[in-house]
Ligand binder design. Structure first.
Ligand code: XMP
Length: 330
């Protein structure tokens, strides 16, 4: 595709011109946008770029490995991984309010990223032996719709506080490199393929920054995260097996951790948690329809989750459109 080749070449050239010999950092979230932005910048300036991946423990099964192994293998990028799972868990201890969870996760993310950035700035992580040149630029995977949304001033009510690597502290001010600023999501995916990123990353469905933290209704604990991760992995596996990945915009799986219901398994009574499936179709996440998944796919997901995830004894499907329901439950 000629257009994409041009976009890739032109963007690579533009990044080179903008950053020159300076050092650059980038936060990887596991999502498509930051991955494509980082891959493009890596292609442009190689080892001048260091990527930071904060493992907050709220990702889905296999996602940290996707970043740490597959992404690095595909791009050869310098990656600095911070295992911050304990830190996020203790910051979230006992917190049930959705907005409070979001604020805590956003705040901790910025703190951890800031610490890592300082280390890279002062320690010169990445390049062996060379004197540490200060980091001047920060890569962000801002897309065209984000630019329009933040500049549009539509006065839309702040329904949920979305978190991204935004408000970095004063003393850590970077110039921004935003190589995806003129692109839409489908163009970003095409560019990602062009840059040789694995399909699992390029075709990943949107996933919220606060991750599984806002898909556990109730307080976030390690056990609950494990339950949700197992159920979510089954739902995704069956969706993929049915060949429906690209027909569905997003497929949140939600754990009602503070709810229990009575069930029966073999000869014994169970008292477990419900899992809610929330498959939706959408163009842009502003509005969404509940997805009419085939009954046999729903049945396989339900059977497998109740068989394989011990603490779950009931599976429900959310059939609410947006509005009035949002896509995520929190
Ligand atoms: P809602 O739940 O508001 O979600 O219908 C709309 C879209 O935004 C995603 N989402 C987030 N993305 N940080 C993000 O980067 C967040 O805090 C966040 N909250 C929701 C959600 O997954 C859906 O695609």
């Amino acid at each position: 595709n000629w257009t994409m080749v041009n976009i890739a070449d032109e963007s690579i050239e533009a990044v080179r011109e903008r950053v020159g010999e300076k050092r650059v950092i980038c936060a990887l979230s596991g999502g498509v946008d930051s991955a494509v932005a980082a891959a493009l910048v890596q292609r442009a300036i190689g080892d001048q770029l260091t990527c930071v991946f904060v493992d907050h423990g709220l990702l889905r099964k296999g996602e940290p490995e996707q970043v740490e192994k597959d992404f690095v293998a595909a791009t050869g990028v310098n990656l600095h991984v911070v295992d911050a799972q304990e830190r996020f868990l203790s910051a979230l201890d006992g917190v049930t309010d959705p907005e409070e969870k979001r604020k805590i996760i956003g705040r901790e993310f910025i703190r951890v990223f800031e610490e890592a950035a300082r280390e890279i700035v002062h320690g010169g992580a990445g390049s062996a032996g060379e004197p540490a040149e200060p980091v001047e630029f920060l890569v962000q995977g801002t897309l065209y719709p984000d630019v329009v949304e933040s500049g549009g001033g539509t006065g839309a009510a702040n329904i949920k506080s979305h978190h991204n690597v935004g408000g970095l502290p004063e003393d850590l001010q970077f110039k921004l490199v935003e190589p995806l600023r003129t692109l839409f999501k489908d163009e970003v995916r095409a560019l990602g393929e062009q840059l040789g990123l694995p399909a699992e990353i390029v075709w990943r469905q949107p996933f919220p920054g606060p991750g599984l933290g806002i898909r556990i209704i109730g307080a976030v604990t390690r056990d609950r995260l494990d339950i949700l991760r197992d159920a979510d992995a089954i739902a995704r596996e069956e969706l993929t097996r049915a060949g429906l990945d690209r027909d569905i915009w997003q497929f949140p799986v939600v754990l009602l951790a503070d709810v229990r219901s009575v069930g029966v398994q073999g000869d014994s009574r169970t008292y477990g948690h419900p899992i809610v499936l929330r498959p939706v179709t959408s163009e842009d996440a502003m509005t969404a329809d509940w997805a009419k998944l085939p009954y046999d796919v729903l049945q396989r997901i339900s059977t497998r989750i109740t068989n394989e995830v011990r603490e779950v004894n009931r599976v429900a499907v959310d059939i609410t459109s947006k509005p009035p329901g949002t896509i995520e439950w929190e």
